[in-house]
Ligand binder design. Structure first.
Ligand SMILES: [Zn+2]
Length: 248
């Protein structure tokens, strides 16, 4: 166990590192997710939670672990309970830092179903193509107006999806949620990645899986062919069994 206890600390890299560490110490591998993850990639965006992807079978353990260390259960008066804030799929469960800020937990099968089980990802070495450390030197440094950037290496290790896997996951999520209220959200996130991360050491079109490239390229060029490409990709993914059903 760790001796971390939540007592109203602000949402920042220290708190995110503490949460990730507490979960990992409780036997729950986790990857940072949500808008906080975008800011680590150097995307300037508003952050309203610290979100983590955890194995499906450990979501309840994760919730109770975070409750035990003092995070606040949701209440009807909190802002997240208002339906208009739901422009993206809600987390499987969440707790609160305060009225407006949440700690969100997502099932791996809802967000990152195409990568190996988190228990099987070898985080002891730096060569796994699915994940990187949030303090990896290839991530941008903190720059005012350009997101939070990489974590300080002095903090407990926080793992994030690699930029390539993250982009592929966003495309898969867009394919899954195409035609729903969440479609625009995934397009916006992909556009951010194209604008702020593509072309860096972390991400370029050629490193994505071949099947994702035509759509990704067309989106980057705002080419109307992107819709045709997206349809073709969705058909291909369905055939290959890579498209899961959208959660309620
Ligand atoms: Zn809530």
């Amino acid at each position: 166990m760790t001796d971390f206890h939540f007592g109203g600390q602000p949402l920042n890299n220290d708190l995110v590192a503490s949460i990730s560490h507490v979960l990992r110490t409780a036997g729950i591998p986790n990857l940072l997710w949500g808008n906080y993850l975008l800011t680590v990639f150097g995307v300037p965006t508003i952050v309203d939670d610290a979100a983590f992807v955890v194995p499906d079978t450990l979501i309840e353990t994760a919730y109770s672990t975070l409750t035990d260390i003092g995070f606040i259960p949701c209440a009807p008066s909190f802002n997240c309970a208002r339906p208009y804030t739901r422009r993206c799929p809600p987390p499987t469960s969440h707790l609160h830092i305060d009225d407006n800020l949440a700690v969100s937990l997502h099932r791996k099968s809802d967000m990152l179903w195409a990568i190996p089980d988190l228990e099987d990802i070898d985080i002891s070495r730096d060569a796994d193509p699915n994940v990187v450390l949030a303090c990896d030197r290839r991530l941008p440094p903190p720059i005012p107006g350009r997101g939070r950037g990489r974590f300080s290496s002095g903090l407990d290790a926080v793992w994030i999806p690699s930029a390539v896997r993250y982009c592929e996951a966003l495309i898969l999520l867009l394919c899954r949620d195409y035609g729903s209220a969440y479609e625009d959200y995934w397009v916006v996130l992909l556009t951010y990645m194209l604008e702020f991360v593509d072309g860096t050491e972390l991400l370029d079109e050629d490193r994505l899986g071949e099947e994702y490239r035509p759509f990704y390229r067309a989106l980057g060029q705002a080419d109307p062919k992107m819709y045709t490409n997206l349809d073709a990709l969705r058909r291909g993914l369905s055939k290959g069994g890579l498209l899961s059903v959208r959660p309620d």
